[in-house]
Ligand binder design. Structure first.
Ligand code: DLL
Length: 433
């Protein structure tokens, strides 16, 4: 069962939300115009001033901000306040280039704790819970966001950090952990480790989990629900906004509520950058409405989703919902001319009982033709007949989604090693033109 952390805000009428957003948008526009040379230059190029923002629709007059803009001005060029006013720094992992750095004022930390408390309450966390946080404590935003939110609710936080998986399971047993968080692929890994050391995850006291940070298909959610016998919620966020805490799904499990008092959301066509029709799929673009340290206008997340219409959810919350993130526009692969998101492959794999949690796609070029090999771990060691049968079934089912037949290799449990925090699902060894 979920709980509403901040009833007044979470159930605020739509008209009131829009009024609050407009007031905060105007303040944010002034703040960046007065303090951030990058935006001063953009406003000059577009021949606009903060006074031009009179309605929420006027947001379309404002410039977009991209990850490259942040990198070009790294580490502190996008700050709207002197560093001496900041008390904490986080950065994206930077695996694909210069890390994006974000500094938080005390007010930013308070807002982050508040939105995280709302997300965690929505996922069922209460002050009676023992909350284990198996996420690396470091410059990655994950651990601290969950930590602050859970403490704001008053839960008992075990800051277990990521890694030492056997120890994580022992901590769960010893302290009677009831709620876990983090990255979905790691929760799958933890369940595998538990089984390896003879602990059935279902027999632990864990009853709720809140995960995000990477692609999170319905199939993987079901898998986690079944292995741990817990309710599973999805949390979305990114370093540039605050970290985790932008949105979460309520107990309806039908879309994620996005905290519109702190983030203004648009969905645009990633190519034309024009707004899509309501309920159409596109790239989610976010503007911070209350950030002091590093406010951002129209940040292009590259994440693909669609918004629901504005009718109130059964849970009573009025903040707009979006569908789970389908993937990133830059994750979309074109294989033999077909557009493919890794999530489509995962959805097929996770339907199968014998399939384990870890998998990857390997792309190569043979005789100038793209080849796709899907490697997937089985849940337990299979005999040869079962293995071949599973491979053939997966080939057929994947073909029905992506049009051509891939190669499929089923591997024994724990054979795909994972480096880093987030699962790497695609290895593209294709010849580049
Ligand atoms: O991953 C923040 C986070 C931590 C969110 C823990 C949830 C839980 P970054 O490292 O900056 O921040 O990565 C942000 O991760 O643009 C999405 O592409 C992806 N992502 C985050 N949450 C989800 C999710 C954190 N629930 C990038 N589903 C985002 C799908 C997600 N993708």
């Amino acid at each position: 069962m979920d709980f509403i952390f901040n009833e007044k805000i979470e159930k605020m009428g739509r008209k009131k939300i829009r009024e609050l957003q407009l007031k905060r948008l105007k303040e944010t526009v002034h703040r960046v115009f007065d303090n951030v040379p990058f935006y001063q230059k953009k406003f000059k190029e577009l021949k606009i001033t903060p006074g031009d923002i009179k309605t929420l629709d006027d947001i379309r007059k404002l410039p977009f901000t991209t990850k490259n803009d942040l990198r070009d001005n790294a580490p502190f060029g996008m700050m709207a306040t002197p560093l001496e006013n900041c008390i904490e720094l986080h950065a994206s992992s930077g695996t694909t280039g210069t890390p994006v750095t974000v500094c938080y004022t005390p007010h930013d930390i308070n807002v982050w704790s508040e939105v995280m408390a709302r997300c965690l309450s929505m996922s069922g966390l209460t002050r009676e819970d023992v909350f284990q946080n198996p996420i690396p404590y470091g410059t990655f935003t994950g651990a601290f966001g969950f930590h602050y939110g859970a403490q704001k609710i008053g839960a008992l936080v075990i800051p277990s950090g990521m890694g030492q998986s056997e120890r994580q399971i022992k901590l769960m047993e010893y302290y009677g952990t009831t709620f876990i968080s983090g990255v979905a692929s790691y929760a799958i890994r933890l369940s595998q480790v538990a089984l390896d050391i003879g602990v059935d995850p279902k027999k632990l006291k864990v009853r709720n989990g809140l995960f995000g940070a990477e692609m999170f298909t319905q199939g993987l959610k079901k898998r986690l629900r079944d292995i741990w016998d817990m309710d599973v919620h999805d949390i979305y966020g990114l370093t540039e906004m605050c970290g985790p805490g932008v949105s979460t799904d309520c107990d309806q499990h039908d879309g994620l509520h996005l905290w519109e008092d702190h983030f203004l959301v648009e969905v645009v066509d990633p190519v034309t950058l024009e707004p899509v029709e309501l309920e159409e799929e596109g790239e989610i673009v976010l503007t911070t409405l209350t950030k002091e340290g590093m406010p951002l206008l129209r940040y292009r997340t590259r994440d693909i989703t669609r918004l629901y219409d504005e009718k109130t959810c059964e849970c009573g919350r009025t903040h707009v919902k979006h569908t789970p993130i389908k993937g990133r526009s830059d994750d979309m692969l074109i294989i033999r001319g077909t557009n493919i998101y890794p999530g489509q492959i995962e959805s097929v794999l996770m339907k199968h009982e014998n399939v384990g949690g870890n998998w990857r796609m390997i792309l190569s070029t043979e005789n100038d033709v793209d080849q796709l090999t899907v490697e997937v771990e089985s849940k337990k060691i299979l005999n040869q007949v079962d293995q071949i049968e599973l491979e053939e079934t997966l080939k057929r089912e994947i073909k029905s989604v992506i049009v051509f037949t891939p190669r499929v290799t089923v591997l024994p449990p724990n054979s795909i090693t994972q480096e880093g925090l987030k699962a790497k699902r695609v290895i593209d060894n294709r010849k580049k033109e």
